[in-house]
Design a protein around this ligand. Structure first.
Ligand SMILES: [Zn+2]
Length: 556
């Protein structure tokens, strides 16, 4: 069914509550594992219906934020969202404590039950007021970022529009743009420091009330880290420091030549070529058409996927003034249909929608017939492998999008992906230090960041800029505020996607088959077990990163 024709029904909260009440009562009284599982399947179907209305309503609001009906629905979702997740938790507790638990684990999945345990250990009525305050603090930060009005060259820019100027091919323009950004952050840094200080103290208090020493353990539980913990992540970062940092230093030397400067400054960040970074050549319609051709050539599975997306008009990617900013992929379980939301803006980001977001959507599509939806309860370090690997699997078709600059695009993509690895680790280590010592002052936190810059980005020269040089850069990284310990997921996924890159350069078909296998595995098993099953190496194991570095060096 075409996305625009899917019927939408307003969710009736009383009805939903009544369903859960009965479900919980019946489930508690179940006389056998079979009976309880049959009830669970009824629940699953019902939850899928609700989820579909939810995703559809949100999506219709996002594609036109001026639509009054869906605007109200969107507010309604904000209101009932916590109630729904509470109902889910209550029901899941019954399953968790069921006398037929081992039968259910066999039928549903072990991971599902591990995740319930992590969730149960992350919440209590006592900390609800703190959680509400936490949300309010995050919104306050978001508002500072979203409402920024930055004067530049006689006009006013918000941060996302200024981004184009930060990578302008004219060095003087981007230097002044970075200065303007720095001045904006200087004007709000005290406020951001204050928000973050309160967030750190708030989260620490939540953790202590739940019986933890500090927030780190709780943060891991909230990220659903069901297969690895701090020690593994620390070992990963150690390997990155040893192998990737020197590798990235070499890439910076190359970039210096590519953009024709004697010394790299911070305003040369994200610049890859003297004549500017490559952008797609076609109109949005042409980009979509090239996407369809590409996926029809790549494999029978991707052809079926993309044709399905186009036939059912499951993309809304054109930039419009009344649309919400950003881009994402979501999934409508009732129709077994992935949907993609984006705002094309003429940069290489438009092609990322066709590669990266479609990687996520493709994975949703290939697992659409799995009877156990819990198999798709993906954690981010796994979900991002699907999308980031697709960026590599589609390398061979980039001439369709970038014309005679496709080689430049590939070089940029590779160098950028590699350069990101130490940065992502720095964001992660920063947060561990911060939550280990919540009593630090804002000035001490900036000092920590400044020190980490020397370890992870020794090439970076902030040219004496008073904000960035004094350890302020992290204040523009939203993840640090939204979800502590989230960022490392991108890094972990990226080094696995690079393993696929190495593999496909040796044997494309074999690499693709194993990628497909990984997509189908979804979240059926624990992270490292799945990697091993499809012939990939765990980023936590000694030697993985060193070996990967060697292989990748030959490619840039
Ligand atoms: Zn993604």
């Amino acid at each position: 069914m075409k996305l625009s024709q899917m019927p939408y029904t307003h969710l009736d909260l009383d009805e939903i509550k009544a369903f859960y009440e009965k479900l919980i009562a019946d489930s508690k009284n179940a006389k056998s594992g079979e009976e309880q599982f049959a009830l669970h399947q009824k629940y699953t179907k019902y939850a899928e219906e609700i989820r579909t209305e939810f995703v559809l309503g949100r999506f219709r609001h996002d594609i036109d934020t001026t639509d009054e009906f869906y605007s109200k629905e969107n507010d309604y979702f904000d209101e009932i969202g916590p109630v729904l997740s509470n109902l889910d938790n209550e029901y899941q507790k019954v399953l968790f404590n069921s006398p037929f638990r081992s039968y259910l684990e066999e039928k549903i999945s072990k991971i599902f039950f591990k995740n319930i345990e992590l969730r149960n250990n992350s919440i209590s009525d006592e900390i609800l007021p703190l959680m509400q305050e936490e949300n309010a603090l995050v919104s306050k930060y978001d508002k500072i970022i979203a409402t920024a009005k930055i004067p530049f060259d006689g006009e006013e820019y918000n941060i996302s529009l200024l981004r184009k100027k930060l990578t302008d091919e004219n060095r003087d323009t981007r230097k002044r743009a970075w200065k303007a950004l720095s001045e904006y952050f200087t004007s709000v840094t005290d406020e951001i420091d204050d928000i973050y200080d309160k967030l750190v103290k708030n989260r620490t208090e939540q953790a202590r009330k739940l019986g933890y020493d500090n927030y780190v353990e709780l943060g891991y539980n909230r990220m659903q880290r069901n297969a690895y913990r701090r020690a593994e992540v620390e070992n990963f970062r150690k390997q990155v420091k040893e192998s990737f940092v020197p590798f990235v230093c070499e890439i910076q030397e190359k970039r210096k030549q590519q953009i024709g400067v004697d010394e790299l400054k911070y305003y040369d960040n994200d610049m890859f070529f003297k004549n500017g970074n490559p952008a797609p050549t076609g109109t949005p319609e042409e980009i979509m058409k090239s996407g369809q051709e590409m996926y029809s050539e790549l494999s029978p599975e991707t052809k079926e996927f993309f044709d399905f997306m186009m036939e059912n008009e499951l993309f809304d990617v054109l930039g419009r003034k009344t649309k919400k900013a950003g881009g994402y992929m979501d999934y409508l379980p009732k129709y077994k249909a992935p949907i993609i939301f984006a705002n094309f803006n003429g940069t290489s980001g438009d092609v990322d929608v066709i590669t990266h977001e479609c990687g996520h959507a493709f994975q949703g599509f290939v697992t659409r017939n799995d009877e156990i939806p819990e198999h798709n309860d993906l954690t981010m370090e796994t979900a991002e492998i699907h999308s980031m690997s697709m960026e590599y699997f589609t390398y061979g078709w980039m001439n369709k999008f970038f014309g005679d600059r496709s080689e430049d695009y590939l070089k940029m993509h590779l160098q950028d992906s590699i350069t990101f690895i130490p940065y992502g680790c720095m964001v992660d280590e920063f947060q561990h230090i911060v939550y280990d010592k919540p009593e630090m002052t804002p000035a001490e936190r900036k000092q920590v960041w400044k020190e980490l810059e020397k370890t992870y980005r020794p090439w970076l020269d902030f040219d004496g800029d008073e904000f960035f040089d004094e350890g302020g850069f992290w204040q523009k990284q939203g993840h640090i505020f939204w979800n502590p310990f989230y960022y490392i997921d991108y890094v972990l996924a990226s080094v696995v996607a690079m393993q696929f890159k190495v593999w496909m350069d040796k044997d494309y078909k074999e690499a693709w088959e194993h990628y497909l296998e990984l997509c189908k595995l979804s979240a059926r098993d624990f992270y490292e077990t799945e990697l091993e099953e499809v012939g990939l190496k765990s980023p936590f194991k000694d030697g993985t990163i060193e070996e990967l570095t060697k292989e990748m060096k030959a490619k840039v």
